[in-house]
Write a protein that binds this ligand. Structure first.
Ligand code: SF4
Ligand code: SF4
Length: 498
C-alpha cells in the first residue's frame, strides 16, 4: 500500500476516526520498510583485490600495533609513542607533545585531513570508502573470516537455506566466536591509546583499570561486531553522511568505477565461437554483481550505494581474460570520457581543475603553517591571572597591593630554572605567598620536566610612586637562565576603584 492508497482510503471513508487513520498510516509506513536482503559477495582475484588486502592488513596492523610502540622521552614522561593522556593532559605523538593550550594543532590536523579527503574524492571518487574507511576494512575482515569458515558465496547461501544441523550450528558458532574475538581485540586496542598499554593490559583483567576503559571497550566491541558482522552495507547506505557529502565534491572529471556502456551494450549471453559483431562485450554473466559487497549492479550507473571498492573491476577483468577480450569493460573512468568515447573521441583525464587546485592550495598552506608552528614552537609559556577578589588592597601605610597567580609551563623534558620579573611599576616590593621575606627581585624558580609551576605573589607599590590613574599596565616576564629566552605576559596593577 502506498501513501496515495492510504489517502484515498481514509478520505473516501467519512466518519473514519482519527485513530483509524493513524493505524492505516502506520500500516502503510510499515510497508515502506524494506527488510535487509542478505548479500553473499563472491571471492574475486585481481589487482584491486590484492591492493585492498594490502591496505586492509596495513591499516589493521597500524591500528593494533601502534599503542605498543615505545618512545623514550626521558625522565618520568610516558614512553608510549602515541598516547592521548587525559589525566596529564597531553597528546604524545613520537617526538611531538601537544599541551591543552595548543589544541589548535588538532584543529589544523582536522582541516588537513578534511582537505586531503576532499582532494582525494574530487580526483578519485570514494577511495576513502572503498579502501581505508574502518567500516570497509573491518567488514572486509569479517567477510574474510566468514568465507574461511562457511565457504564462498554458493556454499554460504546453501548453508543459510539449510535447517539447523550440527554442521551449521558448529560453523555459525565458530564464525561468531572469531568475529567476537576480533571485535574485542578492536575495542581492546582502542583503550590502549589512552593509557600506558602494558600497564593497562595488566590492570584491565583484574578489574583495576579506569571505568572509562571498560565502557569504551564494551562500546567498541559491540559496534565492531554489529557493524562489521551484521549491518555491513547498511552502515554505508543509511548511517554514514559521507555518501551524501561526496556528491558535492565530485564532478564529471572525477575518476570513478564505471561500466563503459558504449563498449558493453548491447549485452547478452555469448557462446564460444559466436561473433562479437553488432553486440557489446558484456555477456551478462552477473559476476560483477555477485562479487559486489554492496549488492548492486554497476551497470546501472553511478549509485549512492557504490563504495568504489573496484572488486567488480577484478570480477569483470577475469571474464574478459577468459573471453580473450581487452580488460577494462568496468574501469576507473570519468563521465566525460564515457561521453567522449561514445562520440568516437579520445578519452582524456583532467586532474588540474579549480576545485582540486583550491584543495591543494589549502592543504599546502595549512600544512606549511602547521610545520612552521611546530618548528618554531615555544617550549615555555607564562600565564598571569590577577586576583579579582579583592581587586586591590590598600595597606595602612598608604601603599597598594595586588595579588597574582603566575603559571610557568615548562614544556621541555628536563628541569628548567626561571627568573620572574615585573616591569611597569617603579620599585615594587614582591612577596611570595607563604614566604615572609620581601624581595626586589624574586629568587629563581625551578620547574620540573614537562610540568607547570604555579606561584602566588603579591606586588606592593607605595601610593606616591603610582601614576594618578585607577590602574597601571604591568608586564610579567620569565627568563630561562639556561638559554636566556624570555616570555612575557601583560596585565594591570589596580590602584583604586574607578
Ligand atoms: S562481469 Fe562484466 S561481462 Fe559480466 S555482467 Fe558484469 S560487466 Fe557484464
Ligand atoms: S559496484 Fe563495484 S565498486 Fe561499487 S561497491 Fe560494488 S563492487 Fe565495489
Amino acid at each position: 500500500m502506498d501513501v496515495a492508497d492510504v489517502k484515498a482510503k481514509t478520505e473516501a471513508a467519512p466518519g473514519v476516526e482519527r485513530h483509524d487513520v493513524e493505524a492505516v498510516n502506520a500500516a502503510a509506513l510499515g510497508s515502506l520498510y524494506k527488510a535487509r536482503e542478505a548479500i553473499y559477495p563472491k571471492r574475486v582475484a585481481g589487482f584491486f583485490r590484492n591492493f585492498k588486502w594490502f591496505i586492509m592488513w596495513a591499516t589493521l596492523g597500524v591500528y593494533y600495533i601502534t599503542p605498543w610502540i615505545r618512545w623514550d622521552r626521558g625522565g618520568d614522561l610516558p614512553d608510549q609513542a602515541v598516547l592521548i593522556d587525559f589525566a596529564a593532559p597531553r597528546f604524545y605523538f613520537f617526538f611531538i607533545e601537544i599541551w591543552p593550550q595548543e589544541i589548535y594543532y588538532l584543529t589544523g590536523l582536522m582541516v588537513l585531513a578534511a582537505m586531503f579527503l576532499f582532494l582525494a574524492t574530487a580526483l578519485l571518487g570514494r577511495v576513502w570508502c572503498g579502501y581505508t574507511c574502518p567500516q570497509t576494512v573491518w567488514t572486509d575482515l569479517f567477510i574474510w573470516v566468514e568465507r574461511r569458515v562457511e565457504g564462498d558465496r554458493n556454499a554460504r547461501m546453501k548453508l543459510d537455506r539449510q535447517p539447523w544441523t550440527g554442521n551449521k550450528i558448529a560453523r555459525k558458532s565458530i564464525k561468531h566466536t572469531i568475529w567476537l574475538l576480533i571485535a574485542m581485540a578492536t575495542g581492546g586496542a582502542w583503550i590502549f591509546y589512552f593509557h600506558d598499554a602494558p600497564d593497562l593490559l595488566w590492570l584491565f583483567p583484574r578489574g583495576e583499570a579506569p571505568v572509562a576503559s571498560y565502557f569504551s571497550f564494551a562500546l567498541l566491541t559491540a559496534t565492531t561486531y554489529v557493524f562489521g558482522g551484521h549491518m555491513r552495507e547498511q552502515v554505508c547506505i543509511y548511517m554514514c553522511p559521507w555518501p551524501r557529502i561526496q556528491s558535492a565534491l565530485i564532478d564529471e572529471d572525477t575518476l570513478a568505477v564505471t561500466y563503459r556502456k558504449g563498449r558493453g551494450e548491447a549485452r547478452g549471453a555469448h557462446k564460444k565461437g559466436d561473433t562479437w559483431e553488432g553486440r557489446g562485450h558484456c555477456i551478462d554473466c552477473q559476476q560483477c554483481v555477485v562479487s559486489c559487497p554492496m549488492g548492486i549492479d554497476i551497470r546501472d550507473g553511478l549509485q549512492l550505494e557504490c563504495i568504489q571498492c573496484a572488486l567488480c573491476i577484478d570480477a569483470c577483468d577475469s571474464i574478459m581474460d577468459k573471453l580473450d577480450l581487452p580488460k577494462g569493460l568496468i574501469a576507473y573512468d570519468t563521465d566525460l570520457n564515457i561521453n567522449r568515447m561514445a562520440a568516437g573521441e579520445t578519452p582524456r583525464f583532467r586532474f588540474l581543475r579549480p576545485r582540486t587546485v583550491a584543495y591543494a592550495i589549502i592543504l599546502t598552506v595549512v600544512g606549511s603553517l602547521m610545520l612552521y608552528g611546530l618548528l618554531t614552537r615555544d617550549y615555555l609559556e607564562l600565564n598571569v591571572l590577577r586576583d579579582r577578589s579583592p581587586n586591590f588592597v590598600e595597606l595602612s601605610d598608604g601603599s597598594v597591593r595586588n595579588g597574582y597567580t603566575i603559571k610557568i609551563y615548562n614544556m621541555l623534558p628536563r628541569e628548567q630554572t626561571f627568573v620572574l620579573g615585573v616591569a611597569g611599576l617603579d620599585a615594587p616590593e614582591l612577596h611570595l605567598v607563604g614566604d615572609p621575606q620581601t624581595y626586589d627581585v624574586l629568587p629563581p624558580l625551578t620547574v620540573g620536566p614537562d610540568q607547570i609551576r604555579s606561584v602566588r605573589i603579591y606586588v606592593t607599590a607605595p601610593e606616591a610612586r603610582l601614576p594618578g590613574t585607577h590602574q597601571s599596565p604591568v608586564t610579567f616576564s620569565v627568563e630561562n637562565t639556561e638559554v636566556g629566552t624570555v616570555n612575557t605576559s601583560q596585565t594591570v596593577f589596580v590602584v583604586g576603584a574607578r
